[in-house]
Design a protein around this ligand. Structure first.
Ligand SMILES: C[S@@+](CC[C@H](N)C(=O)[O-])C[C@H]1O[C@@H](n2cnc3c(N)ncnc32)[C@H](O)[C@@H]1O
Length: 210
């Protein structure tokens, strides 16, 4: 993990303009590593490297570098912003000499791609979501669109976060009981990635396993 973080830090020192594109990447250059990154690293490091990975919303590839550095063979990372996808492609090709990872476009829209591990971390959006039920349906749609993989690593805003927040309104906040209801036959483990008021919001990462 330390080696990869040092690689990322060096990359940002050499490419400081990327931080304008993705302000959420600042921690990688100043050493304030986001908890969701460390949790994702720990979880992925325990998974068989034969597993096919799909990542939704890779931004500039700060999470994508984890499966690349752990040498997973099959990784497809979707990013719908062309500018961010180009930056991610650049980063992954410079750091890992791989050009087969980043895919421009939204997931799942029109994409047929099956995987063993679906990664949706630091990617909470309200597009086309008008109600809490819509949001829950969306979380499940991502999963079924990826072929109902054996592992789903999903970060959500936790329902215990009760502060008014237009970016993450109440109807997209999710409880552990709801995750259990959505995936009734799965083993569910949860990890608090952020805790309000220490952090701006309370977020949880779920490992949902068949
Ligand atoms: C906050 S950024 C974080 C990027 C990355 N997960 C990370 O932690 O570094 C989330 C990204 O997800 C992208 N995104 C959101 N929903 C998406 C979808 N359904 N398909 C592809 N990209 C998506 C957005 O364009 C945005 O760049």
């Amino acid at each position: 993990m330390e080696e990869l973080l040092s690689l990322l830090r060096t990359y940002y020192n050499d490419n400081p303009d990327e931080l304008i594109l993705s302000p959420w990447s600042l921690g990688y250059s100043n050493g304030d590593i986001p908890p969701h990154w460390k949790i994702t690293y720990e979880l992925l490091s325990k998974i068989s490297r034969d597993s096919r990975i799909i990542e939704v919303g890779c931004g500039v590839g700060d999470i994508t570098v984890i499966p690349c550095s752990l040498e997973f063979g099959s990784i497809v990372s979707y990013e719908r912003s062309t500018e961010l996808a180009d930056a991610a492609t650049h980063k992954i090709s410079i750091l890992f000499n791989r050009t087969d990872v980043v895919k421009k476009g939204s997931f799942p829209e029109g994409n047929v791609c099956l995987c063993d591990v679906l990664l949706v971390v630091n990617c909470v959006y309200t597009d086309n979501v008008k109600s809490h039920q819509d949001y829950l349906n969306n979380l499940r749609l991502l999963y079924t669109s990826a072929g109902s993989p054996t592992k789903y690593i999903l970060e959500v805003i936790d329902s215990s976060y009760s502060v008014p927040d237009p970016e993450f309104p109440e109807y997209i906040r999710v409880s552990e009981a709801e995750i259990r209801n959505l995936f009734p036959y799965c083993k569910i483990s949860s990890f608090v990635s952020y805790q309000y008021p220490t952090n701006r919001r309370t977020k949880k990462i779920y490992l949902i396993e068949k």
